[in-house]
Design a protein around this ligand. Structure first.
Ligand code: PLP
Length: 420
């Protein structure tokens, strides 16, 4: 054990024990929540560095505090690498996470009361895309499009809606939609009504960076936001990419509009992440994430499981637990937790059930692929999941499957966690 860990154990054994417990949980179980991943040891080192001590309000060369020679260099590297990775003209790397990132983007280009055309939440949109419980849903007027059969986007319908409501922003983005988008369709809608086209690729940022899913900039999008901690595999954070002529408004909206000092340890971690994402190994990783999702979805379909939209084109899928097993999403999440597979309950399109007891459960492959799992492991895990979900009350079965999952996990180390 290194000296810092030893010091923490001595000073605060309670917190130390919880961190150690979380390490064991991450090592012994399979992480299938599609928004989670294991970051790089190099990023963990940057997060735990002295950069966390530094205040850096402002931007490189224009700070409100002194002593910025190293933080300026870090932020410049992060911006340059982000622009190169995504083919963007400008990058703001300061958003503290995905929600402030979207808030800052909205306020950069809209006034309160302006209209955004966004995906219906139960069809895949995110809370920050105008959920009534979110502040953004109160400040802006969100009008929602829904998916059609098999998850397709009916662009005639979206166009009709756009002509009716004249949005300032047409937003393409999702948290629980298992397909890829045709961004040119959204661009056409935005052009028709004089709106900006914005994509929130928070979930698929890594897959877009690697070139295995479509890049909204290829369709001429104006603004693209992504988190850095999901498929990108970096520290928790947000990234706003945009055209050069929007740069000033975006930067002013992040700081001083919404935030104070950026978290420079996170920005350093993001810079490392963008460098990693440009390497050939990352492309191989992203391809494997998709291959694993396809293998898992095929296994579940063979088991007779009903998947929302009938399958997946990205890293995630949503099981209709009520239709497949006669249990709700919370019971399904708990049954999978008991065998060591972490997933999350999820509303499905036009779900008649409440958000805490929805019909679905969402799962994805970014984290287990980071550990090195492949299609063979997905087939085994899919089979175990189906068994557990068919008999959620069978504690003996759950115990046996928990043992299988733990044994499988032993062969796949978690980056950044020292193994006994
Ligand atoms: N946008 C989308 C599409 C997301 O899926 C998420 C998080 O799940 C966010 C924004 C918000 O990110 P955060 O949880 O980091 O605030």
């Amino acid at each position: 054990m290194d000296a810092d860990r030893q010091a923490l154990r001595t000073y605060d054994p309670d917190i130390f024990a919880e961190i150690a417990g979380e390490e064991t949980r991450q090592v012994d179980g399979v992480e299938m929540i599609p928004s989670e991943n294991y970051t790089y040891p190099e990023v963990l080192a940057a997060l735990g560095s002295v950069l966390t001590n530094k205040y850096s309000e402002g931007y490189p060369g224009r700070r409100y505090y002194g002593g910025q020679e190293h933080t300026d260099a870090v932020e410049r590297l992060a911006r340059e690498r982000a622009c190169r990775l995504f083919g963007a003209e400008h990058a703001n790397v300061q958003p503290l996470s995905g929600s402030p990132m979207n808030q800052a983007a909205y306020f950069a280009v809209m006034q309160p009361g302006d209209t955004v055309l966004a995906m219906d939440l139960s069809h895949g949109g995110h809370l920050t895309h105008g959920a009534p419980v979110s502040h953004m849903g109160k400040v802006f007027n969100f009008v929602r499009y829904k998916t059609a059969q098999g998850g397709a986007i009916d662009f005639d319908h979206v166009m009709k809606l756009a002509k009716q409501v004249r949005p300032k922003v047409v937003l393409a983005g999702y948290s629980s939609y298992p397909r890829d988008y045709d961004y040119t369709g959204f661009r056409k809608v935005a052009d028709e009504v004089g709106a900006l086209a914005m994509a929130d690729i928070a979930h698929i940022g890594g897959l877009v960076a690697a070139g295995v899913m479509r890049n909204p900039f290829d369709a001429g999008f104006d603004i693209v936001t992504t988190t850095t901690h999901k498929t990108l595999r970096g520290p928790r954070g947000g990234l706003i990419l945009c055209r050069k002529d929007l740069a000033k408004a975006i930067d002013a909206s992040v700081f001083p509009g919404l935030q104070g000092g950026p978290h420079m340890n996170n920005v350093a971690g993001a810079a490392i992440t963008f460098r990693k994402a440009a390497e050939p190994e990352f492309r191989a990783y992203a391809e494997q994430v998709l291959a694993n999702a396809k293998a898992l979805a095929a296994t579940l379909l063979d088991e007779g499981v009903s998947l929302v939209t009938g399958g997946t084109d990205n890293h995630m899928m949503v099981i209709d637990a009520v239709a497949s097993f006669g249990i709700d999403g919370r019971a399904a999440e708990e049954a999978l937790d008991r065998i060591g597979i972490a997933t999350n309950k999820q509303v499905i399109p036009d779900d008649p059930r409440p958000p805490l007891r929805p019909s679905g459960v969402r799962l994805g492959t970014p984290a287990c692929t980071t550990r090195g799992m492949g299609e063979g492991e997905m087939r085994r895990l899919g089979g175990w999941m189906a068994q557990a979900l068919r008999a959620p009350q069978d504690t003996a079965l759950a115990e046996r499957l928990r043992g299988e999952v733990r044994a499988l996990c032993r062969g796949f180390p978690v980056p950044g966690v020292a193994h006994a």
